[in-house]
Design a protein around this ligand. Structure first.
Ligand code: AVJ
Length: 320
């Protein structure tokens, strides 16, 4: 049988470090201060996120798993996919449901910025799915992808609601770039959280145990370690709020007092006023008609919209 696992780095080894420096330099000198959410996910941040997915308040992971349990077979039938491309695959846990439904022979292309997440998940998947060929790609899916030549039809899966972390213009560019990877007969499976009452949404991002607060503050520890900064996470409060106009959750870190932070690797000093807030994440929530319009704008037709029984989360299946 052919080699079951290959890994391709499309990012130079130092790309991540350079991107972090650029994002921190830009974001902490911007008014208001902001950072992109991708920097939450070092090893500790990824563990905290796994813990979040098990919190009583954080429903998206369970709701999406319920939808995949009910509809993986339907997705396999509707797409007939022979290649599954998973963007931001992380631990690939929900992927198993899709791999089993699609059956062998199948090419699986997990795409993630974390090489350790890719290699760790692939070994276990290959052991459990005979006939699976894994081509892991270390890449940033927001910046253009080159895919190996594997059999069609292709199915691109972007699960978990992570598309909600992109600003509307970034979303449009991202969907257009996915469309450019696909041909007629291929498909896109997109997970999105759904607009709902404010109390439920805010609780999901401000849990009683404080796990989300620790996850949010972890970005400061990442900057301390990687850039030699002297942030003290205890100087900040976790803030989660619902923006009803934009229909997104914002996570912020609010300075508890006036303070100055040194970031030696950037030769930068950053002042915070007491109460000043740093935006660390947006997590947009969606409605079926909005998704349909954004997909259409990128050249996709929405053909299936599935929700969990409580209507909290949605999976969209769209075709070029
Ligand atoms: C992994 C991006 C889907 O936005 O809900 C969880 C990240 N942030 N709690 C989300 C997250 C705070 C999560 N995504």
């Amino acid at each position: 049988s052919p080699t079951a696992f290959t890994l391709t780095r499309t990012l130079p080894a130092d790309a991540t470090a350079a991107a972090l420096r650029a994002d921190v330099a830009d974001g902490l000198t911007h008014d208001p201060k902001r950072l992109p959410p991708k920097w939450f996910y070092d090893a500790h941040g990824s563990e905290l996120f796994e813990e979040i997915t098990r919190l009583p308040e954080y429903y998206p992971t369970r709701a999406e798993r319920e939808i995949l349990n009910s509809h993986a077979t339907g997705i396999a039938r509707a797409t007939g996919a022979r290649t599954l491309i998973e963007l931001g695959s992380g631990s690939s846990e929900k992927t198993r449901l899709l791999l089993s439904a699609l059956g062998a022979p199948l090419s699986y292309l997990p795409v993630d910025v974390s090489e350790s997440a890719l290699t760790g998940a692939a070994e276990a998947l290959i052991a459990d799915h005979p006939g699976l060929t894994v081509h892991a790609l270390v890449a940033d899916f927001q910046h253009g992808l080159a895919l190996p030549d594997t059999p069609g039809p292709r199915l691109v899966a972007f699960l978990g609601g992570t598309i909600g972390n992109l600003l509307p213009a970034e979303r449009a560019a991202f969907l257009a770039s996915v469309r450019s990877l696909l041909s007629p007969g291929d498909a896109l499976l997109l997970g999105t959280d759904v607009v709902k009452d404010e109390a439920t949404l805010v609780a999901a991002y401000d849990d009683a145990q404080g796990v989300t607060a620790a996850f949010n503050k972890n970005v400061l520890s990442v900057i301390d370690r990687e850039l030699g900064a002297d942030f003290d996470p205890a100087d900040f409060d976790h803030v989660a709020l619902w923006d009803p106009e934009q229909e997104w959750i914002e996570m912020r870190l609010r300075a508890r007092r006036e303070l100055t932070v040194k970031i030696p690797a950037l030769d930068l000093t950053v002042d915070f006023a007491e109460g000043e807030e740093l935006r660390t994440e947006i997590s947009a929530k969606f409605r079926q008609e909005g998704i349909r319009a954004e997909l259409a704008e990128a050249g996709f037709e929405l053909r299936h919209w599935w929700t969990d029984s409580a209507g909290r989360f949605a999976l969209s299946l769209a075709f070029p």
